[in-house]
Design a protein around this ligand. Structure first.
Ligand code: GLU
Length: 478
């Protein structure tokens, strides 16, 4: 246990929380909980070109919905704030200036046209594209003069030209990159805002982040980051890069092949419990291959040592299976709370005991909460009978029985299980039918199928009045 362990989730607000983002958030959260450290939420919102109205609010709301509470962050506050990068731009400029003064960064005056032309030439000549470092040769004095004269500029990191960098990643283990693959990264853009790379390193240092746990797509940025740490004289955090999330065809998980927004899964009726459990398993597994974990159990079990290098397939069928499991096994009250909005959408306001019966009836029959009201529709929808059903319904005894039931149901409103059993007994005494001959036609008349729930459930869920109408209808259609 250590209070020096500080991890962070540092999303750039894009308008929605990507499932990969939720996995990063979850692993950071679990790691912090496991070792008694702190989980920090930092909003990386310095890219003005990608600003999306309402994105931050949406992100914070989704984080709240899934219950991953940060120990420090935009809403909670904390001693290392502000937790919005857009409110920290002075800091980034300060460190960029320090890097320039040290000769580790330089002003670049290339226009976007210059860069486009460079790229075109590189492509034509079969070279890898990237900045060729041409502004490195401008003397610092000249550069300062051009800046003072108001010329547009960016600040670039002067990365080594040759050799390799090797570092240790807690998931990927020993990783080596050649410096020839690393560009002179822009640190401050022409609008004065920092790029992700500078802001991320500065903040991870200032916020005393001990472990950087994030998606594998950032692995290739590590050389630049480590170089920045070195040049600024700071100790870098430990790194753990999580495996890619893949579609079943092993391509990178993308919007084109299905939903990637956490909100989409919530709107489709996946429980938060399912999402967290399912996402925890995308790249991590427990000893003994156990699969079902509550968040509290994950907090105890999780370890970075069991995070795998291999890409993790996002298997929708498994997600549906797991959701079905949770729908069946969570306490009914909890499922009612979660599923209520889906029923409201389909049926409008329902009596609490009808809602509870609907949910209890449909939860073992559906994989998502969106499918649950579907399962219940039969109770209330118009029934259409096949020729075969009609023949059964026209049986003389059954017809008389329907009349009897319509009258009986009209007499009182409270049809408890006992009351329905009493009526069944009376029906047997009066008509001499029992077993299949009794239940089959009644279920068919009241529910539209000879199979299905008990008659007392049907009466409750379809409603007494509707049952009377159905009985009268099958009599008049004789
Ligand atoms: N802002 C980056 C993102 O969008 C954070 C990456 C990191 O964790 O360093 O994912």
């Amino acid at each position: 246990m250590s209070n020096d362990i500080r991890v962070r989730f540092a999303p750039s607000p894009t308008g929605y929380l990507h499932v990969g983002g939720l996995r990063t958030a979850l692993y950071n959260y679990l790691y912090a909980r496991k070792v008694g450290g702190k989980f920090i939420l930092r909003i990386e919102d310095t890219d003005q070109a990608r600003y999306v109205e309402g994105a931050v609010e949406n992100l914070l709301a989704t984080m709240k919905l899934v219950g991953l509470q940060a120990d420090e962050g935009p809403e909670k506050g904390g001693e290392f704030g502000p937790y919005y990068q857009s409110e920290r731009t002075e800091l980034y400029r300060k460190y960029a200036a320090e890097l320039i003064a040290k000769g580790a960064a330089y002003y670049c005056f290339c226009s976007s046209e210059d860069l486009a032309q460079l790229r075109e030439e590189q492509l034509k000549d079969g070279y890898t594209t990237g900045y060729d470092g041409r502004c490195r040769n401008i003397s610092p004095e000249d550069a300062e003069k051009r800046v003072a004269a108001g010329e547009d500029y960016v600040i670039r990191l002067k990365t080594p030209d040759e050799g390799v960098i090797t570092f240790y990643d807690m998931v990927r283990e020993k990783v080596t990159f050649g410096w020839d693959m690393v560009d002179d990264q822009v640190l401050i853009k022409s609008d004065g805002f920092p790029t992700y790379h500078l802001a991320n390193v500065v903040d991870d240092h200032l916020m005393q982040i001990s472990h950087v746990i994030r998606g594998e797509e950032w692995l290739s940025s590590v050389p630049k980051h480590l170089y920045l740490y070195e040049q600024l004289g700071w100790k870098p955090p430990k790194m753990a890069h999580l495996p890619l999330l893949l579609n079943p065809d092993k391509s990178k998980l993308s919007k084109r092949q299905g939903d990637v927004a956490v909100e989409d899964y919530l709107n489709k009726g996946f429980l938060v419990e399912t999402l967290l459990n399912f996402i925890a398993l995308l790249g991590w597994h427990a000893k003994g291959d156990r699969e079902i974990f509550s968040l509290a159990e994950l907090e105890k079990e999780f370890s970075l040592k069991r995070v795998s290098k291999a890409g993790a397939v996002f298997d929708l069928e498994k997600l549906r299976w797991m959701n079905g499991h949770y729908l069946k096994t969570l306490p009914l009250e909890q499922v009612i709370e979660a599923a209520k909005p889906f029923f409201l959408e389909e049926f409008g306001e329902l009596e609490p005991d009808v809602l509870s019966e609907f949910i209890d009836y449909s939860r073992p029959r559906a994989a998502t909460m969106l499918e649950m009201p579907e399962e219940c529709k039969t109770f209330r929808a118009e029934i259409t009978y096949s020729e075969e059903d009609r023949a059964i319904l026209q049986d003389a005894t059954s017809q008389a029985m329907f009349g009897f039931w319509a009258d009986e149901l009209s007499l009182q409103s409270n049809w408890t299980t006992d009351a329905v059993n009493g009526l069944l007994k009376k029906t047997y005494e009066k008509f001499g039918v029992q077993g299949k001959k009794l239940y089959f036609p009644l279920r068919l008349a009241l529910f539209g199928s000879p199979h299905g729930p008990e008659l007392d459930k049907i009466i409750k869920l379809a409603g007494r009045e509707r049952c009377i109408i159905r009985l009268k209808k099958v009599r008049s259609e004789k």
